[in-house]
Design a protein around this ligand. Sequence first.
Ligand code: F6R
Length: 612
Amino acid sequence: MCGIVTAIARRNIVPVLLEGLRKLEYRGYDSAGLAVLKTEGTPELTRLRAVGRVAELAAQADATQLSANIGIAHTRWATHGVPSERNAHPHISGGLAVVHNGIIENFEELRSKLQAKGYAFTSETDTEAIAHLLHDKLKTIPDLFDAVRATIAELVGAYAIGVLTEADPSRAIVARKGSPLLLGIGEDGHYAASDTAALLQVTRKVVYLEDGDVAELTLDSYRVTLQDGTPVERPVNISSLSADAVELGKYRHYMQKEIFEQPQALANTLEIIAGGGGISPQIFGAEAVDVLKATRRVLILACGTSYHSGFTARYWLESVAKIPCTVEIASEYRYRESVPDADTLVVVISQSGETADTLAALKHAKSLGMTKTLAICNVPESAIVRESALRLITRAGPEIGVASTKAFTTQLAALALLTLALSKINGHLSAEQEAGYLNQLRHLPVAVAKVLELEPEIEKWAQRFAGKHHALFLGRGSHWPIAMEGALKLKEISYIHAESYAAGELKHGPLALVDKDMPVIAVAPADELLEKLKSNLQEVRARGGELYVFADAGSEIPESEGVHILHMPEHYGMLSPILHVIPLQLLSYHAALVKGTDVDKPRNLAKSVTVE
Ligand code: F6R
């Protein structure tokens, strides 16, 4: 989703703004823009905007030899109005410019009011209303900081904004509510951005703003207040994010890099159980013992890929921990009338920790009195983590590719730990079983690395696949969510229409779709449902459907005409879904490569979905 960079420094900040935007590209965007104040002589606002890539904006900046000490920049993911130069940010009113990430819900009302006051709108965006509103406020509140505070008091919805004005070139103002924003404390000035990656080029010292914060940045200082002007102190953190972690290195795409980082990401996430001891509830936080002991049910809330990890965990939680579990799509749960239950542990799963629907679902659950909350998240300082009582941070490292891969497998590892912790606390885990599961988890990075060696075979399959327009993914039990995840990966990056079904459902409808042009992908581990799955696969073969089967040790499905088998090295018991998703990630990656789509930035999608 939209990304913001703001800078005021004793250097030419144009390259900083552009590099910051490049680092935010992964969030997804369709246009980019920046505004700077040229401060030699009379301060003068210069704005550049481009539809498409940041590279286009950079070319414009080069061509005009743009240089300045203060500026704001933005990547836009269209919400109100089509992707176009006219709708690209910054938006200007008089001599002031605004960039904005989020959605202003009362913008129609604001627009009508401002139009009645004589403001002419040149875009279809909600952001332009913020620019004109601020301009209007400055007529009666001459101080820029105070005028921004008065402006945001009238905004309903989510925002992170950056503001500058010709009238006061010594400072930039930023504010946030609902959308992420952090400050960077540099040697030569002050910065702000939607995420840390954008600022590593200038500083590691970062201050995470809280919802409702407004901050003023000058060359030598910064201050933060609440919307009402009350000063607040926010801690300065030293980011441990390494610049390498967000570089591509030897890989062609971030998605490929992140698929291959999975052994390390899993090892890092599972470091908490690296010692010889058993599983301890305290890995979820100091109060976790009491919370887990009192837990009678689990409700998992998440979106997209994170929802699929939750759905997989449901099988584990019910079969191993013997605890009832419901999994809901966060965007549905938040608006559904549901029956709250105080003994339920609410588990929210999110890579980014900023997904608007998941955050809102969590707040909704809390408002219903369900205060036992646990976040499984990849970003420790994110809104979702801050909003949850307990947390387990996956240590996948920054995930840049829009299609989630290493976040998913590390979420599964974290959910396996939750399953074991609940099993143990409820007396459903013998010491021997615990040792067995822990050994398997510790060996997981090696097992994943072995599966990754199958890439050349999967690449060959992808060649045959890429010409297809549709695909069906089948799985059973805990591998049904893996089939769902495989279908999601394929459609989002290769644009091949893919559906997933619990294999037993085939004959209840989707079998009608099967013919020689419909490849059917089956996730076929050697588990207790294998024989059932084999019957489902016969049904496909009998209708001329071509089968691509991901088997593992003991699956014993023979290769034959129209039945292609990929043999995974080992069967991995409860944790088998973690291994079985890897070839599906590789399959969609290679199918997308053959099709020539933009793997890391698929059309219409954003990485961090910070609006509803
Ligand atoms: C798919 C994908 C999305 C995200 C979803 C939730 O590859 O990445 O479906 O999983 O938008 O995002 P998080 O996990 O950040 O809450």
